[in-house]
Design a protein around this ligand. Structure first.
Ligand SMILES: *Cc1c(COP(=O)(O)O)cnc(C)c1O
Length: 362
């Protein structure tokens, strides 16, 4: 047209902190509530687009709009992170190969082992930090599963290089983005086909909800995933979705604060004589400390007064646990590894409590 695009018509892309607050709200009409109310409905009057409660719910839709906007795709909510994991794995064809990190989340490893033991799929476990090995493993794979940072080893994958190699080999890439959250990492922009979340963790953020989600920028994949969710039925409750969206509103704020706390604690922990070493990828709110043995690690998790001894992560409250207390945790994770989920409390209070417990170790 020979004209410069009008600058006044251009809106700068909104930042995550703004998207998290404003996405997924009702239209701005007089007397509309500012938040989508919880709709308790198993069925709807016939003739519309949704029809039945397993196919859609206004509370899911609001949450999905907000998470989709943060990840740069379209989201689908699930009853838990594992519901999302098993729904995605259900898409893999019979006897196809799935490449996955050897240090994936234990639930993911159990799901892969279960499918493999029943002859459904073949699994190729890799060191996700060894990009050349992952790239080599992509050959004739159907699906490349990436988790980055991994839980609880905190290994970081080169998502962009892995996506390029996987696509070259004709494989789809799923990235479990639970640890980084869309605030710190947006895998779709790095080439991933599907992003997966345990929304139970940072997204809901208050240790009171179990929920999962997948996000994709492909309309085709979205349709396939929606069809699987409709069929398998692992859908969330409207109240859970409402709480998850309420949590998501403050996700950038919480991630920023918890990450700053984690960076401070990681540096101080590295200097504490009771700690063998610290694993911290340089971003995010999870820090793993390795103590010399299981006994000292068990003692540490029972000696804090502020930090809560509990599994799971990503809440406003700081928690810690020795990961090898779980049978499914790989033997390559040290017995003395304690995973710290750093919350949003005052960092000096967190440090004093940890330091005192570490000082008292034998
Ligand atoms: C917790 C977790 C899951 C599983 O999510 P649930 O909500 O517990 O079912 C999957 N991936 C990672 C990285 C997790 O930490």
């Amino acid at each position: 047209m020979g004209l410069q695009p009008s600058l006044c018509g251009m809106v700068a892309p909104r930042k995550p902190a703004t998207i998290a607050v404003h996405a997924g709200r009702p239209s701005r009409e007089a007397d509309q509530p500012l938040n989508v109310p919880i709709t308790m409905a198993s069925t709807y009057v016939a003739g519309g687009d949704v029809e039945y409660g397993r196919y859609g719910n206004p509370s899911w839709q609001a949450f999905e709009e907000a998470l989709g906007a943060l990840e740069g795709g379209r989201a689908l909510s699930f009853a838990s992170g594992m519901a999302a994991v098993t729904t995605v794995l259900d898409l893999v064809g019979l006897e196809a190969t799935v490449v996955a990190p050897a240090h994936s989340y234990t639930g993911t490893l159990l799901a892969l082992a279960d499918l493999e033991s029943r002859g459904r799929i073949r699994t190729r476990l890799v060191d996700v930090t060894d990009t050349a090995a992952v790239v080599a493993a992509c050959d004739d794979a159907a699906l490349v599963w990436v988790e980055s940072p991994t839980n609880p080893a905190l290994e970081v994958a080169d998502i962009e290089a892995i996506c390029a190699a996987a696509h070259e080999a004709g494989a789809y890439v799923v990235v479990d983005n639970t640890f980084a959250t869309p605030v710190l990492q947006q895998p779709l922009a790095l080439g991933a086909d599907i992003v997966l979340h345990s929304a139970t963790k940072f997204i809901a953020g208050h240790s009171d909800v179990l929920m999962g989600a997948v996000v994709t920028a492909s309309d085709e994949l979205f349709g396939v995933l929606k069809g699987r969710r409709d069929l398998l039925g692992a859908v969330p409750g409207p109240f859970e979705t409402f709480l998850a969206l309420r949590g998501l509103r403050t996700l950038p704020l919480r991630v920023e604060r918890a990450s700053a706390n984690a960076a401070t604690l990681a540096a101080r922990l590295a200097d504490h004589p009771a700690v063998d070493h610290v694993r911290y990828p340089g971003f995010g709110a999870i820090v793993s400390v390795v103590l010399p043995d299981a006994d000292r690690a068990d003692l540490l998790v029972r000696s804090t007064s502020l930090w809560l001894h509990a599994t799971s992560l990503g809440g406003v409250e700081s928690t810690l646990e020795r990961r090898r207390r779980w049978k499914a945790e790989p033997a390559t994770i040290p017995e003395g590894l304690v995973r710290l989920s750093v919350g949003i409390e005052d960092v000096e209070d967190l440090w004093e409590d940890l330091r005192a417990a570490l000082d008292d170790l034998p």
